[in-house]
Design a protein around this ligand. Structure first.
Ligand SMILES: [Zn+2]
Length: 333
């Protein structure tokens, strides 16, 4: 029997669960999005996920080659066990792979969403675009800069997982070792995430405004509840000096983190995604990040990378989950 032509993909985030039917070329043939149960129990989350998957399988209208799931949190790669996911703690220790293989009788693979986003961009996004132009990507490093900062690395077509599937946590690499370095939610100080994530930018803006030193900033005129990273980007677009200086800090922190990435992994492509990246792209700040990395790169060969923005937007997790299934099945795309 030949391999079915479609897979079912799931992207299980902190707030939403998305499902899709995707073909070998990464084309989304059908998709849906549902809010997660609010503070649900383990049973509620699991039955909701099963319902969504079974609906997607029905929508496929025929046999599916497998199920791929991208989940927001650490995943043990061989058993597909979720452990200590910060946003879905009730699901700690659950193996989706075992559960869903039993329920649906198809092979299931589960991965961390940032790792799979890297795989998605490699096969169906920025990496594919480069390959189509005759420059296949060997090592792609993906960074999502949104509520948090996460990363994934794809080397020679596969996610580089490390011993426990926990590589590429660029958000928790240290970029500030001074005494007043900001506290990160991971418990350490001076992490990239504390400075460049959406939550980090918001917190820095609120602290600066609370100090009262920026009465002329457009941000000072906003209700405190409306000050977030988007508002900071909007103000920066209007040349607000406080907003610009906060983003300058985020840009240089990202450049430090990515310089370390360049020296550690020697990527030929760095892809930046996530909502904060969208803001930085609008302000045309990616070339500045690129310049700062190149200024510090230790050799000409280390500088042979392209820095680009993600192509797949909100669909990156779904695309990556589909790519994981095709990859594991050894299917040519
Ligand atoms: Zn941290």
């Amino acid at each position: 029997m030949s391999t079915p032509q479609v897979v079912v993909a799931m992207d299980w985030g902190g707030t939403w669960t998305r499902t899709a039917v995707i073909d070998r070329q990464g084309e989304i043939l059908w998709q849906a999005r549902e809010p997660n149960p609010q503070n649900g129990t383990k049973e509620e989350y699991l039955s909701n996920a099963e319902k969504l998957l079974s609906n997607a399988i029905q929508q496929a209208g025929g046999p599916v080659a497998g199920i791929g799931a991208a989940v927001a949190g650490p995943v043990e790669p061989t058993t597909g066990t979720f452990f200590q996911p910060p946003n879905l703690m009730v699901l700690d220790g659950i193996s989706f792979k075992a559960l869903w293989e039993e329920a649906f009788q198809v092979p299931v693979w589960v991965g961390n969403d940032a790792n799979l986003a890297a795989l998605g961009e490699h096969y169906f996004g920025a990496g594919k675009e480069s390959a189509d132009k005759g420059h296949p990507v060997k090592t792609l490093f993906y960074v999502t800069v949104s509520t948090g900062v996460g990363g994934g690395v794809v080397d020679k077509g596969s996610v580089f997982l490390g011993a426990n599937g926990l590589t590429a946590e660029i958000g928790h690499t240290m970029v500030d070792t001074t005494v007043d370095a900001l506290q990160c939610q991971c418990g350490a100080r001076g992490c990239l995430e504390a400075i460049a994530s959406g939550t980090g930018i918001e917190r820095i803006a609120k602290q600066k405004l609370a100090s009262g030193g920026f009465p002329d900033s457009a941000l000072a005129a906003l209700d405190a509840g409306l000050v977030d990273s988007e508002a900071v980007c909007d103000a920066a677009e209007k040349k607000d000096s406080l907003a610009l200086s906060i983003l300058e800090g985020a840009v240089s922190a990202l450049a430090v983190g990515l310089t370390n990435v360049v020296h550690l992994f020697n990527p030929d492509m760095i892809v930046l995604g996530g909502g904060v990246t969208d803001g930085l792209v609008k302000l045309d700040l990616l070339p500045e990040i690129d310049r700062q990395i190149r200024d510090r790169a230790m050799s000409e060969l280390h500088k042979e990378f392209q820095l680009t923005s993600a192509r797949l937007g909100d669909s990156v997790g779904l695309a990556g989950a589909a790519a994981l299934v095709w990859d594991q099945l050894g299917v040519e795309r």
